[in-house]
Design a protein around this ligand. Structure first.
Ligand SMILES: [Zn+2]
Length: 106
């Protein structure tokens, strides 16, 4: 079998919002055996012209740098529990891995 990636563009305010939405979508779709929810990542989608314009403005005015579409941000910890099941917490979380999601970790 070959692995494929489904790109699903969304429009949200920032990277944190994109990560939160990706976690919800991944968990929702995890009932499908074909889905590897733990490997879900988020990347910015930047139109080429917009990126060049923002970079030029940033160089002159110090405006925030453009998000790099080549950087993928994991939305789940990549470790597994002793049972072999994936951890459902955010990458770099404090404490032990868990399958229980607190209200603030989503
Ligand atoms: Zn973990």
């Amino acid at each position: 079998m070959t692995r494929y990636v489904i790109h699903l563009p969304v429009t949200v305010a920032d990277l944190d919002a994109a990560v939160r939405l990706a976690r919800v979508v991944a968990r929702t779709m995890s009932f499908l055996p074909q889905v590897d929810a733990q490997a879900t990542t988020v990347a910015a989608e930047v139109e080429h012209a917009a990126a060049e314009s923002a970079e030029a403005a940033g160089a002159v005015t110090g405006v925030e740098a453009v998000a790099d579409p080549d950087v993928r941000h994991r939305v789940f910890c990549d470790r597994r529990l002793p049972s072999g099941r994936p951890c459902l917490l955010r990458p770099g979380h404090d404490g032990a891995c868990s399958r229980r999601i607190g209200r603030r970790s989503c």
